[in-house]
Every structure is written in structure tokens, then in C-alpha cells.
Design a protein around this ligand. Structure first.
Ligand code: XUL
Length: 455
């Protein structure tokens, strides 16, 4: 008995068919928005904009990504008819606005990379101050729904009024699969600045301050253990069995926590993707005193911590290209040619406005002559800069003797050795790099179990 896990990430959609008993992926497929859906003019998964604070995408691209990945999975001969439940996740914080008939009332949805809501963040801060962190697990954050919807309602009041439902991308995709309005899960829902993490209810006061009538436009909340939805008939087209459980989708980071088997406290996870993230299951509710990190719901119950670094894999790729290096050189050779510590040479890539710490998009900031340095020196300097910054900014989460590293860049022996050196921890990787999709599939497998089947 298999489960299906879907991950709608920044740069594409992935799907895995997972055997939860054997703990392995039996089939997979992927779609890259830049290569496979060029008609959306989003080579990196968002519409290019000269203002690096504005990062938006056409939601139709995510709908097409879902259909295409299922078609590819079916065409690859995956055992679609033996799939007993569906789960999944999406990039966090992207909001999708729907009118009464389900049409989009906003065709340029802000994604997690958007940081154009400085004014709204100041207004939330001025009104709620520290209470926002205490109630929702995070201070006012540019990419979160409260600030994003506040801006939308202010700039496009007529479109906001026509909006009947404000979904996260995760709950929107689950709605498509179920053919009915899906709830927001507590993992992804916590990344909105709207959810009271103690009561697991929408905070009526913050919602109303963000935009008039917002609470009524939000989906209901799915708590760990609530009943799943059911797959809509039209997915029979892909060989799936209508009526199988669909577990409400969560965010890609909460899903990765489960995909790495780190849903119980003990092991931290570093996910190296478009964003680099550091997270761990949290036994108690504790917020970042410096205000950069977040507390999210853990889809398996309780909480998780998370710190997010925006200049992740796209920054590494840009440095690699600027160095004229291939991936083998970037992932391995550069680290064989240099020593840990790099003789004190360190560089920080700020190609996108950074979240942790807050920093404008100024490009490379190095403590040595960047242009004159050898490629291997630049590469180690950037990787050590990224990981040292991560270490400093995640001390509030705690010390861990084991770190599970996932995401595309976890294939890099060089990066893994830097994580080991800087965190002083044992470093583990998964056989598959798709921990977010696997996490969705594992959550679905738990629902088969609850449904009377075997995990
Ligand atoms: C987490 C965050 C990113 C996205 C990437 O808060 O913004 O990690 O989830 O998909």
C-alpha cells in the first residue's frame, strides 16, 4: 500500500510514491517551472521584478504544475491505482485569493520571497508590539499573510472585497485535490501572523486589524488528528482512486521535519533549497529573543522552531557561475583545495534582500579582495559565511549533537563538511533529497493507518 506526497516548491512541483513500510520512494516525477512551463515567464518560479522586494507568481502556474507532475508520474508507470492516500506541502507563506466561484481575484500572488510590505509590518508592530510574537510565534514579518493581505486590501480594495477565501498555497492545492474548500494546517498556518498558537484559533483582533472581515475569509484550521478530506473524482484521470484520504497540506518545512523523521524532539534539520532553513521539533513554546526565527505548529503535534535564510541555492548557483565552476568543483573540489576556516576569508551573499539577519540586496560582502581571489577560495568563503551565519542565528533553538541535512545541496560533500565543522555535530543525510514530498507522503500514510489500513 503506497501513499503519494506532493511538494509545490518555489522552483517546481515534485511528487513521490512512497512505501511507508519499507521507508522508500518507489516512483517520482518533477516539473520545473522555468524549463517546463516557460509560458509563465518565471525562470526561478516567480515573475522577474527589478525591485528585489517584489516577488510574485501567477497561481495558474501552480495549478498546471500539479496536473503535469501527476501526468508525468502516471506516464512513468508509477502504481497510481495502489496509492491509498495523498498528502503534501507547498512553499510557505504564498497567499492565493479566490472569489465566490473559485476564480482568482489576484493573479500575482506574493510568495515567501516577497518583502515589499515594510509599511504594513511597521503598522502591525506599532499596534501589537511583542504581543504578536507571544500570540502568533513570530514578530510582524514581511512575507506572512497578515502584512501581505493588509497591503492587498489597501492597494486593491475592490479585489479584496470580491475575495471570498484567502488560502495559503498549501490549503489551495489540497482544495483542488479534494474538490472542496480545504483547511489550513497548524504548521503552515502559523506562518501567517494570524493564528493564536495556544488556542489554535484565528486571532480575531489581529485578523480585523490586518484587513476588514479577514477572519471570515480564512479557511478553517486543521489540527493534528482531525479527519482527512477525500480525493475528488476528476483525479481518476491520473489513475488515482477517487475517495482515498487527502491529508490537508502543510508547509514545506513542517513537511521536511516529518520527511526526515525528526518530528519528535532530538535532531535538528538543515534544508538547503531555494531558501536554507534550520528547524527542529520543540517540546515547549519558546520564541527567538532576537526576533528573526519563528515558531510553527508541528503537523504531528506540538511545535517546531524555524529560521529561514533567503540567499540559499540561487545564491550558491550564482557564485558557482561567476566562478566558472561546474557542480563537481563547487560541491567537492573547492573544499579539497582549501582548508577549514579559509585563512579567515569569509563572504556573505546578499543577492536577495536577506531575512536572517535583515539585510538589503547589496551583492557579495567579503572581508578580502573578492575579484582577485581564486574560485575555490570564493566558494569556501561563501559556504562558510552562510553556515556560520546560520549557526549564530539559530543558537536560540539549542545545541544538537545530530543534524539531518536535506534539500538539493545536501549532495555536496563540501557543504556537509562545513556544517560538521561549524556546528560540531554528526551530520546525516537521507537517501532521497525530497524530504518535503516524503514528509507529505508519511503524513498521508499515517492517515491510512488511522483509516484502518497499515502504515
Ligand atoms: C520559511 C520560508 C521558506 C519557504 C520556502 O519560513 O519562507 O523556507 O517555505 O519554500
Amino acid at each position: 500500500m503506497y501513499s503519494l506526497g506532493i511538494d509545490s516548491s518555489t522552483q517546481g512541483t515534485k511528487a513521490v510514491v512512497y512505501d511507508a513500510v519499507a521507508g522508500k520512494v518507489v516512483a517520482s516525477a518533477s516539473v520545473n517551472y522555468g524549463r517546463d512551463l516557460p509560458e509563465f515567464s518565471s525562470p526561478d518560479g516567480f515573475l522577474p521584478n527589478a525591485d528585489s522586494r517584489i516577488r510574485r507568481a501567477n497561481p495558474e502556474m501552480w495549478v498546471r504544475g500539479l496536473g503535469l507532475v501527476l501526468k508525468r508520474l502516471k506516464d512513468s508507470g508509477a502504481p497510481m491505482g495502489e496509492i491509498a492516500a495523498v498528502g503534501g506541502c507547498a512553499q510557505q507563506h504564498a497567499t492565493v485569493c479566490l472569489g465566490d466561484g473559485g476564480s482568482f481575484t489576484r493573479v500575482d500572488c506574493p510568495i515567501w520571497m516577497d518583502s515589499s510590505t515594510g509599511e504594513e509590518v511597521s503598522a502591525l508592530d506599532a499596534r501589537f508590539g511583542n504581543a504578536l510574537r507571544e500570540r502568533t510565534g513570530s514578530p510582524a514579518i514581511e512575507r506572512f499573510a497578515a502584512a501581505q493581505v493588509m497591503k492587498f486590501a489597501r492597494e486593491k480594495p475592490e479585489a479584496y472585497v470580491r475575495t471570498a477565501r484567502v488560502h495559503l498555497l498549501s490549503s489551495f492545492l489540497a482544495s483542488l485535490l479534494a474538490g472542496e474548500d480545504a483547511p489550513v494546517d497548524v504548521g503552515d498556518g502559523a506562518g501567517m501572523n494570524l493564528l493564536d498558537l495556544r488556542s489554535l484559533e484565528w486571532d480575531a483582533e489581529i485578523c480585523e486589524f490586518a484587513a476588514p472581515g479577514l477572519a471570515a475569509k480564512l479557511p478553517h484550521i486543521h489540527r493534528p488528528g482531525d479527519a482527512p478530506l477525500r480525493l475528488a473524482d476528476r483525479f481518476a484521470e491520473f489513475g488515482l482512486r477517487p475517495g482515498i484520504p487527502v491529508v490537508p497540506f502543510t508547509g514545506d518545512n513542517p513537511a521536511s521535519l516529518v520527511g526526515c523523521g525528526a518530528e519528535r524532539p532530538g535532531c535538528a534539520v538543515i534544508s538547503l533549497g531555494t531558501s536554507d532553513t534550520f528547524f527542529a521539533a520543540m517540546p515547549d513554546f519558546r520564541t527567538d529573543p532576537d526576533g528573526f526565527g519563528h515558531v510553527f505548529g508541528n503537523p504531528c503535534g506540538g511545535f517546531m522552531s524555524l529560521s529561514c535564510f533567503k540567499n540559499g541555492s540561487l545564491a550558491r548557483d550564482r557564485v558557482r557561475r561567476e566562478c566558472g565552476a561546474d557542480w563537481r568543483f563547487f560541491d567537492e573540489t573547492a573544499f579539497d583545495l582549501t582548508l577549514p576556516g579559509n585563512g579567515g576569508k569569509r563572504a556573505f551573499p546578499y543577492f536577495e534582500t536577506e531575512l536572517t539577519p535583515k539585510h538589503d540586496a547589496t551583492g557579495i560582502e567579503a572581508n578580502f579582495d573578492w575579484n582577485a581571489a581564486a574560485p575555490e577560495t570564493k566558494i569556501r568563503a561563501v559556504v562558510e559565511g552562510q553556515i556560520a551565519n546560520m549557526r549564530e542565528r539559530t543558537r536560540w533553538i539549542g545545541d544538537f549533537s545530530t543534524i539531518c541535512v536535506t534539500g538539493g545541496a545536501s549532495r555536496s560533500k563540501g557543504i556537509l563538511s562545513v556544517i560538521h565543522d561549524i556546528f560540531g555535530a554528526e551530520v546525516k543525510t537521507l537517501d532521497a533529497t525530497d524530504s518535503a514530498a516524503i514528509g507529505g507522503a508519511r503524513l498521508a500514510a499515517m492517515a491510512i493507518h488511522d483509516d484502518g489500513g497499515a502504515e
